[in-house]
Write a protein that binds this ligand. Structure first.
Ligand SMILES: NC(=O)c1ccc[n+]([C@@H]2O[C@H](COP(=O)([O-])OP(=O)(O)OC[C@H]3O[C@@H](n4cnc5c(N)ncnc54)[C@H](O)[C@@H]3O)[C@@H](O)[C@H]2O)c1
Length: 407
């Protein structure tokens, strides 16, 4: 790739799945990169490697709060958002805030520094499409109050506000509509379909397929990042679809995962989680404007993703919490207390995010409820560790003391 030492790129959501791959690609071509991330989803194994790079900086910050950013920046890429049906249904308010207030704050940085900004919308703006494949001029079939409306309307607002900044303030904006992106670095705890299937297969469990004929467009991460960088380097306004033009049936994906991993079984179930409408992009605009199209075959991509997840599971640091049995009763299907995080702080955030039933039960030492975003155990309450920023390199045990266990 071309060397561009003077570039400084700000990536909101830079600790996430797409963000860590994008940051790595930008560093490789000589750019300075600052990731701004609240670490609510975390993607820490890859982030740990990025943090060793001298041109990389991480700012832990919630982008729904304005960022005091003074250094010149050549481009902003706005990725920060909750994602995945399960997370979006659990946290629609946070999702709408990231897409609305968070987008305005990212756009303001680009406006102040006269820089290019590329924002990440989603194929979800098409809702349950009545047109196949979806071309960018199709305005979608969206329910503004449905279960996914928190995400869909966040992305529609993001697009509208981005176009407003372009028209009214002459900001050099670009909008991407990604379809499903997958690849190495996805966590087993990620509840999106590819990661969920691979995690289940690696654990020798059932892959529950809801709507085996439902179709998804699955784009390998390396292909996707090339399209994202091409968009960053262009002046195109978009929106531009980025995705695999040929759809993959969910039933076929499940079979492919089982045969690639070598364990697991496929069962057709009823939950809506992986069902839904067929989504397939028309990528004519990406081909014509950016000279982009994906090239990684699905079976190669699934193999690389499964290998990476297996390696992560084998080398993980296990954080075990001693959870009172009263809490366990609140959790319907049992609860695996595990995460892959590079610090105690992130592990705690992951825990409360991954199992919201726990969050309202956590009390401060003064006995007051602590909102999930602020859940930090006090230093004295952590055994066998020195503090919240302690790096987790092996198996460790944390004990949540009774004083913090809540009623
Ligand atoms: N991966 C896909 O298949 C896909 C498809 C369509 C759209 N997208 C969009 O691409 C972007 C990145 O997706 P991803 O797959 O990397 O998701 P991800 O969850 O792995 O990464 C998102 C990151 O944003 C951070 N974040 C969330 N809210 C934040 C906030 N308020 N302030 C700062 N950081 C915050 C999270 O901590 C996380 O690190 C998202 O905007 C998503 O909607 C992704």
């Amino acid at each position: 790739m071309e060397e561009c030492v003077s570039e400084h790129i700000l990536v909101t959501g830079g600790a996430g799945f797409i963000g860590t791959h994008l940051c790595a690609a930008l560093l490789e071509r000589g750019a300075h990169v600052t990731a701004v991330d609240s670490l609510t989803a975390g993607r820490l194994p890859a982030l740990g490697r990025l943090r060793q790079h001298k041109r990389f900086r991480l700012i832990e910050h919630d982008i729904t709060v304005p960022l005091d950013w003074e250094s010149p920046v050549s481009a902003v890429v706005h990725l920060a958002s909750p994602i995945g049906p399960a997370h979006v249904r659990d946290h629609p308010v946070r999702t709408l805030m990231a897409g609305s207030v968070g987008t305005v704050n990212a756009l303001e940085i680009a406006r102040r520094h006269r820089s290019r900004i590329v924002v990440m919308s989603s194929a979800e703006v098409y809702g349950d499409p009545l047109v196949q494949p979806q071309v960018e001029t199709y305005s979608g079939n969206v329910d503004p109050t449905g279960p996914m409306s928190g995400y869909q309307e966040a992305k529609r607002f993001l697009e509208a506000m981005t176009m407003a900044y372009r028209r009214e303030y002459d900001v050099n904006t670009g909008i991407i509509r990604p379809f499903n992106v997958y690849g190495p670095g996805m966590l087993a705890s990620d509840r999106r379909v590819v990661a969920a299937f691979i995690a289940a297969a690696l654990a020798g469990q059932e892959l529950v397929v809801n709507g085996p004929h439902a179709v998804r467009s699955l784009c390998y991460i390396d292909d996707f990042v090339k399209g994202l960088i091409a968009m960053m380097e262009s002046d195109a306004a978009g929106p531009i679809n980025l995705g695999a033009p040929e759809g993959t049936a969910i039933g076929y994906l499940a079979e492919l995962v089982v045969s690639t991993v070598g364990t697991g079984t496929v069962r057709v179930g009823q939950s809506p989680e992986t069902g839904g409408a067929a989504r397939c992009p028309d990528i004519g605009l990406a081909r014509g404007t950016l000279g982009w199209e994906p090239s990684t075959p699905l079976d190669d991509g699934i193999r690389a993703t499964a290998d990476s997840m297996r390696a992560m599971l084998e080398s993980r640091a296990t954080v075990t919490f001693d959870v009172p049995s009263a809490w366990m009763a609140l959790i319907p299907d049992g609860f695996e207390l595990e995460c892959r995080a590079d610090s105690v702080r992130t592990a705690l955030k992951w825990l409360t995010d991954g199992c919201p039933a726990l969050a309202p039960r956590i009390l401060s030492p003064a006995g007051e409820l602590v909102p999930w975003t602020n859940v930090y155990l006090a230093r004295d309450n952590i055994r066998h560790l020195d503090g919240l920023d302690t790096v987790l390199t092996g198996d460790v045990i944390l004990t949540a003391l009774p004083a913090l266990a809540g009623g």
